[in-house]
Ligand binder design. Structure first.
Ligand SMILES: Cc1cc2nc3c(=O)[nH]c(=O)nc-3n(C[C@H](O)[C@H](O)[C@H](O)COP(=O)(O)OP(=O)(O)OC[C@H]3O[C@@H](n4cnc5c(N)ncnc54)[C@H](O)[C@@H]3O)c2cc1C
Length: 648
């Protein structure tokens, strides 16, 4: 009897019943799945390869400017990335430490293999979570039956089908497919239809999404070559060491437990010879030959783009970064490319220290399907399909940290939907995650969106050092932060408040001894007595530096001292931003019913009416940020909302 007859005879389709299906085990999927399972939902996470869980297909680091803020916020909310990098980093550095606290940003070099293995270990040991290596090829839905009033969706989720035929029935699905949907990789004239690192692409799900009325677009990103570190001459580069005192990403990590020996990175530069080789071969670049359809990230340009767009620059920085302790492979940061491999070798070998380099992995560009996140509510749920959520690169963002932050929020909100609770929507005045998601779902992003401090209008309040004070309460409310950890923050807040109060009451006299001490710190002696708080405001002084003038001072934890110092020194700026936030919150607090009839709003301009009907903003604040909606339109809308609420 032949096998097909045998299978036919015994053919029974696998049908599993779970609460949530997460498609993708990248940085978004891991956070989403862990959040759902930790909130008690039976969750299954799919990936095309379990060996690529939390894969870092590009830069070997977590954090950096504004991205460090996202990781700290994610950790404060109960996410995993911060803990994972604290266990697997090989170098750590606080960027912009010489500048103001708003731009201080932690960045850690990761051992990529260890990072992925540790995240896999966490997933494999998480209750309510199972991992399935399979390609999801269809999203299953039916006509909507629930009585929700906060969505206009016509369909609701019932499950997913995998390529091997199995059906997973569920009530929520979170799409975190990253750079895999209909992926193709380009290196000069060579095009391969794979995902990153030669992994299998996911080619079937896109058509299922299109059938559900979800519009897809093509984005692209690129990565540099990886070199055999033994073939590089580091004596021709500037060594970049980590910080002596290592600061953890996670508020749950004991700083003393992570002080260790670190590896170095190296800085070198391109030169005119490099640029000449690139200019001579632009016609062979898939970007400039028009082969690449997808739109690339403006703020993560390829070396070709840099040479063309910044032609006046004589040199570009190149950071040589170790991929891990397990390999000699070195990442050539700042030189991502899709030029042919012969051109790559020639251009890399013009860079000081790389004259004899051997390429282990060619640089390449990858194109993939993704959505415009304007299809989503700020909860990251699709407007068209109840119970369908999305996060990460699939939403049009770029970066591990941006993906992880969205994954956590999508996981929290899919769970809260199934638990019959309101979604967690963070505002742009309280978090970078709020800025990220609001920008993604409100603005017309035509290229991969990367977070930057300049995107956050209230960045002095949204510092990486106070993410726990801002967000721990939400992590506790949704059930991802323990009572113990929450109480630790309440205690920290109380210690800060008490110490701030005390410093305003402790008066320092203008004694000669005090004057001499101040002069030793390069500060003017006092003419009359003043409070310690006033003293700390002097630019050259800090809370720690004036300790000898403060005999009653208690030995407070480093994190409390840091907060006291910042909140005293920047008190004026902070209170000014708080006033701006008060104004901002007024409009944010004005909710708009999901089914508002915009045709009934008098004297709304045509463009605004069309945009508002398409967008369906959830608040006046969000409506005011939609391009094409003017302050005059907002006033009309406010009058209309007053009218329908019977207040006028
Ligand atoms: C070549 C390259 C260069 C990059 N360059 C940069 C850069 O310069 N700067 C930057 O910030 N970021 C860059 N990135 C992006 C960065 O890697 C991503 O932002 C990040 O990995 C996104 O995380 P994610 O969770 O959204 O998706 P990913 O990490 O891509 O994970 C997607 C997951 O989905 C799974 N999957 C996909 N489809 C299916 C399916 N149908 N069924 C089952 N599983 C599925 C995959 O197996 C994988 O586990 C680059 C990525 C690549 C590949």
């Amino acid at each position: 009897m032949d096998t097909t007859t045998l299978i036919k005879k015994h053919h029974t389709q696998i049908r599993e019943q779970v609460d949530v299906c997460v498609i993708g085990a990248g940085h978004a999927g891991c956070e989403a799945a862990l959040a759902c399972a930790r909130m008690g939902l039976e969750t299954v996470i799919f990936t095309v390869s379990v060996d690529s869980i939390a894969l870092m297909p590009c830069n070997p680091n977590i954090g950096g400017s504004s991205k460090g803020h996202l990781v700290r916020e994610l950790d404060a909310l109960g996410g995993e990335m911060g803990k994972n990098i604290d266990k697997t980093f090989i170098q750590s550095k606080m960027l912009n430490a010489s500048k103001g606290p708003a731009v201080h940003s932690l960045r850690a070099q990761a051992d990529k293999a260890a990072y992925s293995a540790e995240m896999r270990r966490v997933l494999e040991n998480q209750e309510h979570l199972s991992i399935k290596q399979a390609e999801v090829c269809e999203i299953l839905t039916e006509d909507r039956k629930d009585d929700r009033s906060d969505t206009l969706a016509s369909r609701q989720i019932t499950g997913v089908r995998i390529a091997t035929g199995g059906i997973y029935l569920c009530r929520a699905v979170i799409i975190c497919t990253g750079t895999y949907l209909k992926a193709r990789c380009l290196c000069g004239e060579s095009i391969t239809y794979t995902g990153p690192n030669g992994l299998q692409a996911a080619n079937q799900l896109s058509s299922s999404l299109s059938e559900l009325g979800i519009s897809l677009r093509r984005f692209k990103t690129g990565t540099p070559a990886r070199m055999d570190g033994r073939t590089l001459d580091y004596s021709k580069m500037e060594e970049q060491k980590g910080d002596e005192e290592i600061v953890p990403f996670s508020f749950s990590t004991d700083p003393d437990s992570i002080q260790k020996e670190q590896v170095s990175c190296y800085l070198t530069y391109t030169n005119e010879e490099t640029h000449e080789i690139i200019r001579e071969n632009l016609d062979r670049s898939p970007i400039y030959a028009g082969v690449i359809e997808g739109t690339g990230p403006r703020y993560c340009p390829s070396i070709e783009d840099k040479v063309v767009r910044f032609a006046e620059k004589e040199r570009h920085q190149v950071f040589i970064e170790p991929e891990g302790l397990f390999t000699n492979e070195m990442y050539v940061g700042g030189m991502s490319s899709s030029l042919p491999e012969d051109v790559q070798l020639a251009m890399y070998r013009t860079v000081p220290g790389l004259e004899h380099c051997k390429i282990v992995k060619n640089a390449y560009a990858i194109e993939y399907d993704c959505i415009s996140a304007r299809e989503l509510y700020p909860s990251l749920e699709f407007k068209k399909i109840s119970g369908l959520f999305a996060a990460g690169q699939f939403n049009g963002s770029s970066g591990y940290e941006e993906a992880a932050a969205q994954g956590l929020i999508a996981g929290i909100n899919a769970s809260r939907l199934l638990l019959g609770k309101e979604p967690l929507i963070l505002s742009r005045s309280e978090s970078y995650i709020g800025v990220l998601i609001d920008d993604l779902v409100t603005k017309d992003n035509r290229e991969p969106y990367r977070m930057m401090t300049s995107r956050a209008e209230y960045r002095l309040l949204l510092r990486q050092d106070n993410a726990d004070l801002r967000l721990r309460k939400y992590g506790y409310q949704v059930g991802l932060v323990s009572k113990e950890d929450y109480e630790k923050v309440l205690k920290k807040e109380e210690l800060i408040r008490q110490e701030m109060e005390r410093l305003h009451t402790v008066i320092v006299g203008a004694a000669a001894k005090t004057g001499a001490f101040l002069e030793s710190l390069g500060s003017e002696p006092l003419k009359t007595g003043c409070s310690l708080a006033e003293l700390i405001c002097r630019p050259e002084l800090t809370y720690d530096l004036v300790a000898p003038l403060d005999p009653e001072r208690k030995d407070l934890p480093r994190a409390v001292r840091e907060q006291v110092n910042i909140q005293i020194k920047y008190a004026g700026y902070i209170s000014r931003q708080n006033k701006q936030v008060e104004q901002f919150s007024k409009l944010e607090g004005k909710k708009i019913p999901a089914d508002l009839d915009y045709d009934a709003v008098d004297s709304l301009r045509l463009e605004a009416r069309q945009k508002l009907k398409e967008f369906r903003p959830i608040s006046i604040g969000q409506a005011s940020r939609i391009s094409g909606v003017t302050p005059a339109d907002i006033s009309m809308l406010l009058v209309h909302l007053e009218k329908i609420s019977g207040k006028v």
